[in-house]
Design a protein around this ligand. Structure first.
Ligand code: ZN
Ligand code: ZN
Length: 447
């Protein structure tokens, strides 16, 4: 049983999607060739720990209240690793970023062993993580194993290794050529891009990072244990390259940040199937348990293999942004964003205003470029009402503890571009929006 999460990996960045795919991912494609490629999988959030928290519990962020990268999941949460451990599996986790380690995430619960970056480092390259993972698989060759492997290479800064560096950038071109003028509406450049004059360069390097991490996953995905067992690959969230004024970051709830890869192969399952049905990534945990025959294990979610077999499982898909700054609802191809607070980060060219609504017709506008809220007010109101009702159903008590929030932890998060005050008191308590809010926006969008 192998679960791979590739951090910040966009759902449309998988080679197996076809000749127009922007990356080359032979290792992931080989997994798709012996299993199912889900082309419409959405994550529960746009940030690492919130999204992984949902994957590891089967619960939406509304209920876990793991809202940022420093609010650990409490011990009484029921996790996927605990479900496998209780069924007699060895449970192992190899992660690549410090804030997924147990002391900061609480995600170590249920895992016999967990390995990741040393306490001083923020992150480590995929090679170190996959080397650890392969060693464990070899050591426990005859034992049942649940192994979670997390790689962080697609996350900024986009600095691919020499093997793929500048693979997608025109030869001889200088992205820092001072005679060019940067076409950029962002507020300022991240430190690692200082002097940049070609806005295309970071995206080209992101693609090269994905090619490189695929190369590192090859040993793992082609390991005899992975070939013989249940193997899944997904991401926690995507990445935005200027759409909606969000640059080189995953702020905001949009297809860029919520659409993730999802590939699943299991013994006796179909080969090379492409499943276009809408699915939620957080149901993967339940799916893995069912695929392992552990149908009686206590864990939330639905078996995604039913979707691959053609069963209709369309249901509203809800997401909640980092720190609860926005919520979204995707249903029937329509995507509604409700901004829950005034919000702007350094990666956002423009602020979002509290209780404003955005509406997109993804069936005809997959990039969510045209906000149709003004033209479709009845639809916007109905979807907003449904989303507000869903938010109002938050569990009374979340599953997140107060983060240690040490100076060292803040320094490491800042080195990855994460700064801010953390979730508000209301967000931590699951009070997302007052149903009878009388602000001008709510008055306008309420029925
Ligand atoms: Zn992430
Ligand atoms: Zn309001």
């Amino acid at each position: 049983m192998l679960l791979v999460t590739s951090d910040t990996h966009r759902g449309d960045h998988v080679g197996a999607l076809g000749p127009g795919a922007p990356v080359r991912t032979p290792a992931i494609d080989a997994l798709a060739a012996r299993g199912v490629l889900y082309t419409d999988a959405y994550a529960a959030s746009n940030t690492t720990n919130p999204s992984h928290g949902s994957l590891m519990t089967g619960l939406p962020v509304r209920d876990t209240r793991v809202l940022d990268n420093s609010s650990p999941l409490v011990d009484d949460a029921r996790t996927l690793a605990e479900a496998f451990r209780d069924a007699g599996y060895h449970t192992l986790a190899a992660v690549s970023v410090r804030h997924l380690m147990d002391d900061e995430s609480g995600f170590g619960q249920g895992f016999e062993r967990m390995a990741g970056p040393s306490s001083e480092a923020s992150e480590r390259p995929a090679r170190a993580t996959t080397t650890q993972a392969v060693a464990w698989l070899d050591e426990l060759a005859d034992e049942p194993v649940f192994l979670w492997v997390h790689v962080f290479d697609a996350h900024s800064p986009y600095e691919p290794p020499a093997s793929t560096d500048r693979r997608y950038y025109p030869k001889g071109k200088d992205p820092f050529d001072p005679s060019q003028r940067l076409q950029y509406d962002g507020r300022f450049l991240p430190v690692y891009l200082r002097g940049l004059t070609d806005v295309e360069f970071p995206y080209a390097q992101y693609r090269a990072e994905i090619d490189a991490l695929d190369g590192e996953l090859e040993r793992l995905l082609a390991h005899p244990r992975a070939l013989a067992g249940v193997t899944a690959l997904t991401a926690d969230h995507g990445e935005s390259f200027g759409a909606h004024g969000i640059w080189w970051d995953h702020a905001g709830l949009y297809p860029d940040t919520l659409h993730v890869p999802l590939v699943l192969a299991w013994p006796g399952g179909p080969h090379g199937v492409r499943c276009d049905a809408p699915v939620e990534q957080m149901h993967l945990g339940r799916t893995l348990l069912d695929a392992a025959g552990l149908v009686a294990s206590e864990f939330r979610g639905a078996d995604l293999r039913a979707a691959a077999a053609g069963a209709a499982i369309e249901r509203p898909r809800y997401s909640l942004a980092k720190e609860g700054h926005a919520a979204s609802l995707l249903e029937g191809g329509w995507f509604l964003v409700l901004n829950l607070s005034d919000y702007q980060t350094t990666a956002m060219a423009r602020p979002r205003a509290r209780h404003t609504v955005e509406l997109y017709d993804l069936a005809h506008d997959p990039a969510a470029a045209n906000d149709l809220a003004e033209r479709e007010p009845a639809r916007a109101k109905a979807m907003r009402a449904k989303l507000v009702e869903w938010l109002g159903g938050a569990s009374a008590r979340g599953l997140a503890g107060a983060g240690a929030g040490t100076a060292e932890q803040k320094r490491r998060l800042a080195s990855l571009g994460y700064t801010g005050d953390g979730p508000s008191e209301d967000a931590r308590a699951g009070r997302w929006i007052e149903a009878d809010c009388d602000c001008a926006q709510c008055a306008r969008w309420r029925d």
